[in-house]
Write a protein that binds this ligand. Structure first.
Ligand code: PLP
Length: 394
């Protein structure tokens, strides 16, 4: 039977994840990968998880294994409301919605907000997973300019002044893929712009706890509470396999996200939520984040040092104060996918940056380097190998 004709029209826009296709080779033995977008398993608090599992079973018993509210497990929503207060996001327990990873919130936002042809404003480059979540709902992307300090406010102002924009999607802190952070001044300007235009902004914030230097910055949500859906996750500070994401949205959007979630998965795993609740309320999260930072900070320094030592002067790269990625740019027109295949032949992988652009053909000379998965000596070796490949290509 030919199943092609059975597929819904929206599948035409979904496509295969091109990154996944080219990264298939990364798991070959001996490969040093700077391609990953995932936390190091060494960052998972395994002994604490073992203890917390027992606490959850003792404390909640069968309730930890029962169906629960769509909005989320009450003790976790309470704990998240407190956690968010420290980030200057004012939210009551009732305003917090827990989801199965923040990725599922991006999809639910697409379902609730995007009608075919609606314009969605995105940074260029942006988080590929967000494009994957929104694209099946058939939006038209409006690409905003960004530089070292993140989204350029004038670009947002121009976009909002010239056309109706359904929402703006932004990763303001240690962005994936660039590692860039929106400056305080720009946060204020962007908050003022969205307030003035009555626009909706989706602020995706998975990385702000992974800060290795500098001072924390207030989320845009704290500067324009009614205009912002704040989305975050415990994936980078606990364990991504538990799939605990959460958001705080304006009331009407919150209600619709709940309706979508009912149809999607009824609720997020009760046991995982109970575990997360205990992780937060016992103070383990606050104690463990510095351990993760102590693991990643030297890796990032090793990468920055190696780039400085080995890469040609015709390259530039970001120097983020946190997160998981460094973004590099080669000479205009240099094709990083060609470099990728040569580097892979020498057992070193990264992600060509072009995959993160909504605009076709943009960013071919860019690359994303992850520094969480390899240790310092692996990073040093991988950057040296990569530098050899790019030197041969320039
Ligand atoms: C910017 C951004 N948003 C969302 C996610 C999804 O995270 P999760 O679904 O694990 O919460 C990621 C994961 O890498 C990300 O980088």
């Amino acid at each position: 039977m030919n199943h092609q004709g059975l597929l819904a029209r929206r599948t035409r826009h979904m496509g295969v994840n091109a990154i996944r296709e080219i990264l298939k080779v990364v798991s070959q033995p001996g490969m040093i990968s700077l391609a990953g977008g995932i936390p190091s398993p060494e960052s998972f608090p395994m002994p604490q998880i073992e203890r917390l599992c027992q606490t959850v079973i003792r404390k909640y018993g069968c309730a930890a294994f029962q169906y629960d509210l769509t909005e989320g497990f009450a003790p976790l929503r309470r704990a998240l409301a407190q956690y968010l207060q420290k980030k200057e996001v004012a939210a009551t327990e009732a305003q917090v919605l827990v989801a199965s990873g923040s990725q599922s919130i991006l999809d639910a936002l697409g379902k609730v907000l995007i009608t075919r042809g609606d314009r969605i404003a995105v940074e260029d480059p942006t988080y590929l997973g967000a494009l994957q979540a929104f694209t099946p709902y058939e939006p038209v992307y409006v690409c905003l300019d960004s530089d070292q300090d993140g989204l350029v406010p004038q670009s947002l102002e121009a976009a909002l002044s010239s056309q109706p924009i359904k929402f703006i999607y932004l990763v303001p802190t240690f962005q994936n893929p660039t590692g860039r952070t929106l400056s305080l001044e720009r946060r204020r300007q962007i908050a003022a712009i969205v307030r003035r235009h009555g626009a909706l902004l989706v602020e995706d914030d998975p990385y702000s706890d992974l800060r290795y230097s500098g001072r924390p910055l207030p989320p845009v949500k704290s500067l324009a509470p009614d205009q912002v859906v704040y989305v975050s996750t415990l994936s980078k500070v606990f364990a991504p396999g538990l799939r605990i994401g959460f958001c705080v949205a304006p009331e009407l959007i919150h209600r619709w996200l709940v309706v979508v979630k009912q149809g999607n998965d009824l609720h997020t795993s009760t046991f995982d939520q109970a575990l997360a609740a205990e992780y937060l309320t016992s103070g383990e999260l606050a104690r463990h984040v510095p351990t993760i930072i102590a693991l990643y900070r030297p890796r990032q320094q090793a990468m920055l040092g190696a780039l400085e030592r080995y890469f040609p002067k015709s390259f530039s790269w970001s120097r983020p104060e946190g997160g998981m990625f460094i973004w590099a740019k080669g000479p205009e027109g240099m094709d990083m996918e060609a470099v990728y295949w040569k580097a892979v032949a020498q057992k070193t992988a990264f992600v060509p940056g072009k995959f993160f652009f909504a605009r076709q053909g943009a960013g071919i000379e860019t690359l994303r380097l992850n520094f969480t998965m390899a240790d310092e000596s692996g990073i040093e070796a991988a950057v040296r190998t990569l530098a050899g490949v790019v030197r041969a290509a320039v």
